[in-house]
Design a protein around this ligand. Structure first.
Ligand SMILES: C[S@@+](CC[C@H](N)C(=O)[O-])C[C@H]1O[C@@H](n2cnc3c(N)ncnc32)[C@H](O)[C@@H]1O
Length: 224
């Protein structure tokens, strides 16, 4: 996907009318309530890939200068001094970068001693370009990227029911040749099927949920 097309996507999302937002089906997933969220923030915190959203308390870094973005830069070469940030969020970004090992090395470099790095990545999830889509991750694969950090929490953010729903919706759209049919499927199937997402509240605690997990997370801590 070209830069201009990505920028257009963010702007279109922001410009969505009230009616569209009102009719939009609920997300086809629920977040794992056991995923920790309360690791301490510091004076400086970094959010990678937050274009189009506001992230209070964080410096929002993304590739392009778009609404919500504080610093436009490539995460492969962060424009910050070392050991600057107490907490770093990198949520659904690593599948879009050319070299995830280099990006994580940069995140580790700018993380303060004692600071926390939160990585979230898809495992079973449809293709989606921001601006490219290169890969998927398992929890073990994710850990290989930052072996020097201590794993303080790990698990599945969204589980097998989320996987089932996102692939069912995409499969239905694959079958439909016309855009307006796909829009119709998005709204009707989205509203009909979303209650199934709550199955994940029962499935996520089981270890086998990871066999078909949708997104996994790691919380990592730098010594110091
Ligand atoms: C799927 S979106 C993440 C969405 C966001 N974390 C959220 O949960 O709403 C991926 C984001 O990563 C950004 N991105 C992709 N490659 C990047 C890179 N090399 N450096 C910085 N940001 C990048 C994209 O521009 C996009 O905004």
């Amino acid at each position: 996907m070209q830069t201009a097309a990505l920028e257009q996507r963010y702007r279109a999302r922001q410009a969505r009318g009230v009616l569209r937002r009102w009719l939009e089906p609920p997300q086809p997933f629920v977040m794992n309530p056991r995923e920790p969220r309360d690791y301490p923030l510091g004076r400086w915190n970094l959010y990678v890939g937050g274009a189009g959203r506001t992230v209070p308390g964080y410096v929002n870094l993304d590739l392009f200068p778009m609404p919500g973005v504080d610093v436009a830069a490539d995460a492969h070469a962060l424009p910050f001094a070392g050991e600057r940030f107490q907490r770093i969020e990198c949520d659904a970004v690593l599948e879009h970068v050319v070299d995830p090992a280099r990006v994580v090395a940069e995140l580790v470099r700018v993380l303060a001693p004692g600071g926390y790095l939160h990585l979230v990545t898809p495992f079973c999830h449809p293709f989606h370009e921001y601006p490219k889509d290169y890969r998927r991750f398992t929890l073990d694969g994710l850990k290989l990227l930052a072996p020097e950090l201590e794993v303080v929490a790990e698990g599945w953010r969204t589980g097998p029911a989320a996987t089932l729903l996102v692939f069912t919706l995409e499969f239905a759209k694959c079958l439909l040749p016309w855009r307006w049919w796909r829009v119709f499927a998005h709204f009707t199937l989205g509203w009909l099927l979303f209650p199934l997402r709550y199955l994940d509240l029962a499935l996520l605690p089981a270890a086998r949920a990871g066999r078909l997990g949708n997104h996994c997370y790691l919380w990592l801590r730098k010594a110091g």
